[in-house]
Ligand binder design. Structure first.
Ligand SMILES: [Zn+2]
Length: 323
């Protein structure tokens, strides 16, 4: 038989064990909750960051053939982490209709993938700028238009001619040879299409978020907005790489001049190139040659894979005809 003292002492032992267990449980729970909170905060901090893979072609200096005309280029891919709020996508001239029926159908073909890129980028707080040149009046009553309309820094405009096309070449293009003959306008169709201004809006497949996006074809408005908002990274996509994408007031060469960190999304673009013209390669090979030129002399390129994963976009039939 246990004495009363023994019983009391056992009860006390049991009580202290219970208190100890309870304290341990609370401690473990507190650590668990803290970990969840930390994970949540870090997710919020990094939610609008994303990785991009910038491709450039770097000239190789070879001591043995320094006198040779042919310089070899090596592809270099650099990974960078960009913040959404410091980045904009500029969609160049993705019109509802082009005077060239081949160009019109290729715009339609790449639009669904492009729209997915825009959605993914918006979710990362990237600013989306729709730039269907000559068609801006159609959007005059939208919030997306009003958000950027009239933005102007006249000193900057004067210094960089931000309201006009880029003329000539960048200093980095000195001595470079343009890879295709586009003097005929670049229609690859048979019979040839009749040239004219037939576009009236951006293609409908590309959704415009009127609560967030911008609409402008003005270099001055676009660069002023970017500078005001601290946007330094610019992704150019759309058409045509050898004309508007490289030359417009918001195009690649101008963005380089403005000091922006600009890249071309190389799988969501096209060229105006007629394969019956020099260098007599397929239409799609012509596009590749222009992209190579850009990667050598103008700006790096990325692909839609950085936003969507999977494989880069390619036009139907491009893989068979690229030679
Ligand atoms: Zn055509």
């Amino acid at each position: 038989m246990k004495t009363i003292n023994e019983k009391l002492s056992m009860n006390r032992l049991s009580l202290s064990r219970t208190i100890f267990n309870l304290a341990t449980s609370i401690f473990v729970l507190a650590i668990f909750v803290t970990q969840i909170l930390i994970a949540d905060i870090s997710q919020k901090t990094f939610a609008d960051e994303f990785k991009v893979h910038l491709q450039k072609r770097i000239a190789q200096t070879n001591a043995n053939n320094s006198a040779s005309q042919s310089v070899e280029y090596k592809i270099e891919v650099k990974e960078e982490t960009w913040k959404g709020e410091e980045t904009a996508i500029v969609i160049c001239d993705m019109w509802n209709k082009h005077w060239c029926r081949g160009a019109t159908s290729r715009v339609a073909e790449m639009s669904p993938r492009m729209n997915e890129v825009l959605k993914a980028a918006r979710a990362k707080n990237v600013t989306i700028i729709h730039a269907p040149s000559d068609c801006i009046h159609k959007y005059k009553d939208t919030a997306a238009r009003k958000r950027i309309e009239g933005k102007r820094d006249s000193d900057f405009e004067k210094k960089f001619q931000s309201n006009s096309w880029f003329k000539g070449l960048l200093p980095t293009e000195k001595g470079a040879v343009w890879p295709i003959d586009q003097s005929d306008g670049g229609c690859d169709c048979e019979p040839q299409c009749k040239q004219g201004r037939v576009w009236s809006s951006q293609i409908d497949i590309l959704e415009i978020d009127d609560n967030k996006d911008l609409i402008s074809d003005s270099g001055t408005e676009i660069i002023t907005y970017m500078r005001e908002k601290g946007i330094k990274n610019v992704i150019l996509l759309g058409v045509h790489t050898n004309m508007c994408v490289i030359g417009r007031p918001f195009g690649l060469r101008k963005m380089v001049t403005y000091g922006q960190n600009v890249v071309l999304m190389r799988d969501l673009t096209d060229t105006m190139y007629n394969s019956r013209k020099s260098p007599f390669v397929s239409h799609f090979k012509g596009t590749e040659l222009v992209i190579e030129y850009i990667e050598k002399y103008v700006a790096p390129s990325i692909t839609s894979v950085d936003f969507l994963g999977g494989e880069p976009f390619s036009f139907k039939g491009s893989k068979e005809t690229t030679k």
